[in-house]
Design a protein around this ligand. Sequence first.
Ligand code: SAM
Length: 267
Amino acid sequence: MHLICPICQLPLKLSESTYRCKRHHSYDVSKEGYVNLLPVQKKNSKNPGDSKEMINARRLFLESGYYAPLVDHLIKTIEHKENALLLDAGCGEGYYGAQIKQHINDLDILGFDISKEAIKKAAKKYKDQFFFIAGMNEIPIADQSVSTYLTIFSPIEASEINRILADRGQVIIVSAGPNHMREIAEEIYESYIPHDYDPSLVLSSQFDLINKEIITFTITLEEKDERKSMLQMTPYYWSANEKTLGKILAKNLTITCDFKINEFRKK
Ligand SMILES: C[S@@+](CC[C@H](N)C(=O)[O-])C[C@H]1O[C@@H](n2cnc3c(N)ncnc32)[C@H](O)[C@@H]1O
């Protein structure tokens, strides 16, 4: 399975429903089927990562299928190789891994996130992927075992990616394109500042950028519930005042979805 102990980095083996290393550190598999590999002493807060409300909102919104063009693009980008392992880093409630698995059935998919709520929800629903709780800066996966490292709107840590990625593996980073959800930001802020995050800044010392694409489309959210779940999965919901939120929720919104998809390989 490629899991390693988050305390001593020795391989973990499953026996009955507990993962153990040779130094007798042990991690029980939960009733939902995930394993918590984030020891208390490595946690910076009590409940790190996205909250239950954000996770529930993301599940509702993603399941309505609005981001299908992004999924299609990912499926074309992911390499199909024998014995391939895809790691969905910061997987949230597991939607993208599930979509990928439907199209590339023989791919093994592991997902991890620092949010316990996210992993619990993912493991409860998606039984053909394996989920664990962990942080980006110490990923409990053996060296060079991942063929595709995927991360969608989640933080990245170059040295860990470099350690766990196989030499010929691929790294796919999805982040916000310049105009992602522009219309919502325009309702909240006086002037719009395009997103300009560039993952190459973090990765370029260890990885080469081999492909860069932007996919842009618009969606119209006619149902108030859909608008609410879209808002709740973004930081906007938690920073805007009630009046502004009421205004956004009251009307049909056509929203720009703008995704930057960057693919990297090891140098
Ligand atoms: C914007 S959400 C994206 C979730 C998922 N990739 C998606 O697109 O639906 C970012 C995710 O990163 C997780 N996250 C934030 N910091 C993290 C860290 N240091 N290690 C692991 N996961 C982290 C959050 O809990 C959250 O689920």
